[in-house]
Design a binder for this molecule. Structure first.
Ligand code: G1P
Length: 296
């Protein structure tokens, strides 16, 4: 059985879609209900057994390190007040996982961000989680992907059906129906952000990957692609054409659960409203308020 304990979270993006909110704080720190978006992603990795987390950061991302560290003054103040509930919430993010950091000096794309993890990951399969996609904690997508990787080897991507006009926002997969089994499909081709007319299907990669370490060697040889960036999708296309014994083969897990997109402003608002209604403390009140005030 492969030793899968590491998660890589690319977090070097500039967050330009959220300016000016992200002028002085990283987009990963924007709150989704009552936690920064990035905390959901780390919690998802930990829930899947991956408590060694490498964040690929860049300039102006210091708040991420502070968030996953202890905050002694705050903890002492809460302790002195006997506010154990908030104390527990403040400590939680610091003890959640072993979080490591590496900086991506040049913003040369997602494939390049993954390459920055090479030394930390070494020769083991590992997961990549993109922070713009939140997967509902009740859905066990990553666990399922890890199980597929352990059983079959190769690499695994999460796929979701999207409206055909949205294919140009995602990496899209061609699949071999005959190699499919339930939610697990064999990926035969991948295209980064194709126009609808050129898309091999409307199965889009959502931001979860479990990768064979041979992806690093492939990324080293992958020329800049769409947007003049080194694309992870292009490296996976190469792996899809290689036999499993050589670290190749790409499987897709088709996800039909709850995914929240926090990548742009409108989707972010939708995510906050949907998750706000689920909140254990005030979700019911918020849902009742929405019913009364929205659409009237
Ligand atoms: C990245 C990937 C793309 C994938 C998407 C999922 O694009 O390049 O293949 O479908 O994440 O969110 P980005 O959204 O970073 O432009």
């Amino acid at each position: 059985m492969s030793d899968l304990t590491k998660a890589v979270i690319p977090a070097a993006g500039l967050g330009t879609r959220f300016l000016p909110a992200t002028k002085a704080i990283p987009k990963e720190m924007l709150p989704v209900v009552d936690r920064p978006a990035i905390q959901y992603v780390v919690e998802e990795a930990v829930a899947a057994g991956l408590d060694d987390v490498l964040m690929v950061t860049g300039r102006n991302k210091g708040a991420l390190e502070d968030h996953f560290d202890r905050q002694w003054e705050l903890e002492q103040a809460l302790e002195a007040k006997g506010d154990t509930h908030r104390l527990e919430r403040v400590r939680h993010s610091a003890v959640l996982a072993n979080v490591h950091y590496v900086r991506q000096g040049d913003p040369r794309g997602l494939g390049h961000a993954v390459l920055c993890a090479e030394q930390h990951v070494g020769d083991e399969p590992f997961a990549v989680l993109l922070g713009d996609d939140l997967i509902d904690a009740r859905d066990t997508l990553l666990q399922q992907m890890i199980a597929v990787q352990r059983e079959r080897g190769g690499s695994v991507v999460a796929l979701m059906e999207v409206p055909p006009e949205q294919t140009n926002m995602y990496g899209c997969a061609a699949i071999d129906e005959s190699g499919s089994e339930g939610d697990v499909v064999k990926v035969t081709g991948l295209v980064e952000k194709p126009e609808p007319a050129d898309a091999p299907s409307n199965l889009a990669i959502i931001g979860r990957y479990v990768l064979d370490p041979s992806v690093f060697a492939v990324l080293h040889d992958t020329p800049p692609g769409r947007g003049n960036e080194i694309q992870l999708t292009d490296a996976l296309m190469t792996l899809a054409g290689r036999p499993v014994e050589q670290g190749g083969t790409v499987w897709g897990v088709v996800f039909r659960g709850r995914r929240y997109d926090t990548g742009d402003r409108l989707d972010y608002l939708k995510a906050v409203v949907r998750l706000g209604q689920e909140h254990e403390e005030f979700g019911a009140d918020f849902a009742a308020w929405l019913k009364e005030h929205v659409g009237s």
